[in-house]
Structures are given as C-alpha cells and as structure tokens.
Design a protein around this ligand. Structure first.
Ligand SMILES: Cc1ncc(COP(=O)(O)O)c(C=O)c1O
Length: 462
C-alpha cells in the first residue's frame, strides 16, 4: 500500500461505498489522465469506461479546457454572483440558452446535479404561489427515479436502496410507474407501443383528478441512468410533455446524466422535440473538469419572481460557489469543442460499436438485458434470464465483473447487478471496441466461474 492509499483509508469516507470492504482491500490510486486513459501511481493504464462517473466528455488533460482554466486562473478563480457579475458565467449563460431547447431563456447556477434539482423543485413550488395557486404544491415523480442526494432531490427520488432509509425526512410525492420497457412485464405488457399507451393513460387519469394540487412532474428523459440504465419507450417524454401542458403542470426534465450528447443528441429532449419548463444540467457541463450545476427556466417562470424588494418575490436560494469563474470558463471551452469537433455528428459510428457488443452480450447465459441509448449502456445480469430471476445480491456479481475489469485495464462501475458502460464521447470506435472486448473478458471470467460453482465478488460495492 502506498502512502496515498494509506492516507485515504485513514481519513476518507467514500461516496456510495461500503467502507469496511474498502479499507480491507487494495485500492487504485489514480495519478493522472490523458484522453480516455487514467494512470495509477504504478504507471498502469486504464480506460475510463464510465467517464469518471459520467462527467468526462472530451477526454482528460484536454488542452483547450486546460488552457481556458489557466487563462481564467490568471485573472481570478472565483467571485460571488451575489451582487456581482463575472465574465465567464455571463458568457456561458448566453451559450447555454442558445444550446438548450428554445424557450429556456434563463440560467440559475448552482454546484452540481443535486443542487440543480433542489433549485428546480423550489422554483416550481414557489412559482404557483406567485401565480395565486398555492394549492399546486405537490410533485409527480417516476418509479426508480434518481435526482441526487440532497434531501429535496431524495424526496423526488424513488430507488429504495438509496432512499428508503430517509422516508420520514422527505416530502411525499405521487409516483407513476417506472417507464422502463424492460420492466413492462410487471404490468403484464410485452409490446412497447402498448406499454407507452399504458403509461400515458396512467398519467392522464391521475392528472384529470389531481392536477389542481400538482406543481410539477419531474423526469429523467429517455434513460433512468442511476436506476441501472432503464430505457423508456419511444414517445414517452413527448407524451408526458403534452399531458403536463394540457393539465397545467410544470415539467422538470433532469438532464444531469443524459445532457451534453450522451443520448446521441445534445439533449435527450432533442430526440422527441420536447421543451420542458425547467431543465437541470450538471455532470458534462464543464466537460467533466469542475463542479457546476444549472437550472434552466422559461421566461414565464422567471417573470413570476419579478417584483419590488418588499414584494418578497426574490428567489431566496444560492450557493457560495454559484457560477464559479473557473467552472464557467471550462464550460465555455467544452461547448466550443462540441462545435469545433462536431462531437454530436461524430457519435453514430461509436454508438454502432456499442450496439454490436450489446447484441453479443445479450446472447450470454447470465445477461438478462444489455441495453443502450446513444452512448449510455448497461448490462443487467440475471441468474435465470427467461424467468427474470436475479442473482442473490450477496454474490455481488456485477461488482465482481468491475473488479475483474481492472485486471484488463478498464474502469467500469456497477449499480446493483447492472454494469454501467459510459465512455467519454471523445473515445474512438477502436477504443470503444477495445474497452468492450475487455469488459467481455471480465464478464466471462466471473460468469464462467459462477457456472463452475465459484464466485468472485466485490467487497467494496454498496
Ligand atoms: C439524473 C440525475 N440527476 C441528478 C444527479 C445528481 O448529480 P450530482 O451527483 O452531481 O449531485 C444525478 C447523478 O447521478 C443524476 O443521474
């Protein structure tokens, strides 16, 4: 164990990590990165197969973003947005408004995905008070939704393993069925179009009776990433937009995981021509360099908060590092790379390579479902794929695969028994192919061992 690993184990409590297993087992210490590779203190190279937890877009140590941060650092690292303007946050806000769906004209900055969601929830809630309809004070969310770990974001989340313990601390919400087509059998439906109709009927019949007490519906569009890459039927977000409009309920689309190209378009919303009332952004917003969140809103919402100081319509919410100068400089450089390198246009052949591998994975004995949307993919393991019988969680099968992958020089991370694969958008087709070949070998190692009555688990998984 080198000195950093020892210091880490002595002093750090890691996120989403069972620390007992962490301190008892050897851990990797990452020292530097270059493009899609990470290097540990021994000089060993690993592919970053999860974009450093879904944030990295254009690769590590990217000269244009490094340079933009250095130039900003030579001027100033941080100034407050409370009472002052800063240049990069103003320029970045203009660019975000231009880049996001038409109608989202104002940016409320925060620090990360959770705070972007907190702000969205509070804005939606208060909006109705200013419209003279304070009874519209509740939220609709989706089964298996995830919107972050602060208490408001947890309230609109619905994943038992993450959220159940806090139930009595949270505000209640109205939960719609998880729209994942893979789980449609739970409703006894095997056909995607029928499942879409079922979901929209469920929502409409709820809204018919309850819209007068609902402030907003919050969704992750197309893919519920933290639930294990659950994919929604085509037409779902468009249908939700039409119904929320029809029943005068605000729509918050959380693009924290799906935004900045991950679904193959700049925004998941672009896949179905949807413009929400509020949109939350983070993760890829700075190319994966620095913490930043943004809540985009329409003029209608922004204008509802305007008034004299003594009208007390001010949005009393903000964070110390809101609109941080360095983070916004990184965000500007990242958006420039999207344009200069035609990043979105470069994605289809990369997505095809992922699709080819997913097809292969789907033929493996213990793969229940290997699914993909754009550059997002997940491989769900099942002990019995026909009967959809999961593995005993104590076996930590997917965690074992992620550990095995490190031996082949690939970093991936599981959520439950789903292995998540989400490479930086800059990865070449050859690199993606190599990453997924390494993943296949790791899967074979672990799954064949299981077939032979042994197992290979990850004691550090959550
Ligand atoms: C859809 C979604 N919203 C919000 C968050 C929370 O973001 P953060 O971890 O930056 O607080 C996440 C994180 O995975 C997410 O996937």
């Amino acid at each position: 164990m080198n000195k950093w690993e020892k210091m880490d184990k002595d002093y750090i409590w890691h996120p989403f990590t069972q620390m007992k297993g962490w301190v008892e087992n050897p851990q990797l210490v990452i020292e530097r990165g270059e493009g899609v590779m990470l290097y540990d203190t021994e000089g060993k190279a690993y592919y970053d197969g999860i974009s450093s937890l879904w944030v990295n877009i254009h690769g590590h140590h990217r000269p244009e973003i490094d340079q933009a941060i250095k130039e900003q650092l030579d001027l100033i690292a941080h100034t407050t947005l409370l009472g002052l303007v800063n240049k990069p946050s103003a320029e970045f806000a203009e660019k975000l408004v231009k880049a996001t769906p038409n109608g989202l004209n104002k940016v409320f900055y925060s620090d990360d995905g959770s705070t972007a969601v907190e702000a969205a929830v509070k804005i939606a809630f208060q909006y109705w008070q200013f419209k003279g309809r304070p009874e519209k004070a509740n939220f609709i969310n989706l089964g298996d939704s995830y919107h972050g770990d602060t208490v408001g974001a947890v309230s609109v989340g619905n994943i038992d393993v993450f959220h159940k313990a806090y139930k009595s601390l949270l505000f209640p919400t109205y939960k719609m069925s998880c729209p994942s087509f893979y789980h449609s059998h739970l409703a006894g439906i095997q056909n995607e179009a029928q499942y879409l109709a079922y979901l929209l009927e469920e929502l409409e019949s709820f809204l018919q009776k309850n819209a007068n007490k609902i402030a907003a519906m919050i969704i992750e569009p197309l893919v519920q990433a933290a639930a294990g890459m659950l994919m929604q039927p085509k037409g779902y977000i468009k249908g939700v937009r039409e119904l929320t409009k029809k029943y005068d309920v605000l729509l918050i689309v959380d693009e924290v995981a799906t935004g900045f190209g991950r679904t193959g378009k700049m925004w998941a919303c672009d896949n179905e021509g949807v413009c929400p009332d509020l949109m939350t952004l983070s993760k890829g917003i700075t190319g994966g360099y620095l913490a930043l969140g943004a809540t985009m809103v329409t003029d209608e919402i922004y204008n509802a908060f305007l008034g004299e100081p003594t009208d007390y319509k001010t949005f009393y919410h903000g964070h110390s590092y809101t609109g941080n100068n360095l983070a916004c400089a990184a965000g500007l450089a990242s958006l420039e790379i999207f344009q200069k390198d035609s990043v979105i246009e470069s994605l289809p052949p990369k997505m095809e390579v992922i699709a080819r591998h997913m097809e292969k994975f789907n033929k493996m004995q213990y793969v229940g479902d290997a699914r993909q949307c754009g550059m997002l993919s997940g491989i769900e393991l099942m002990q019995d794929k026909e009967g959809k019988v999961p593995f005993d969680p104590a076996l930590q099968m997917a965690g074992g695969i992620c550990q095995a992958a490190r031996g082949y020089g690939l970093i991936v991370r599981n959520i439950g028994d789903v292995v998540i694969f989400m490479p930086p958008l800059v990865s070449t087709t050859e690199q993606i192919d190599e990453m997924l070949t390494k993943l296949e070998k790791s899967m074979k190692d672990v799954l064949d061992k299981f077939g032979n009555g042994q197992h290979y688990s990850d004691p550090c998984a959550f």
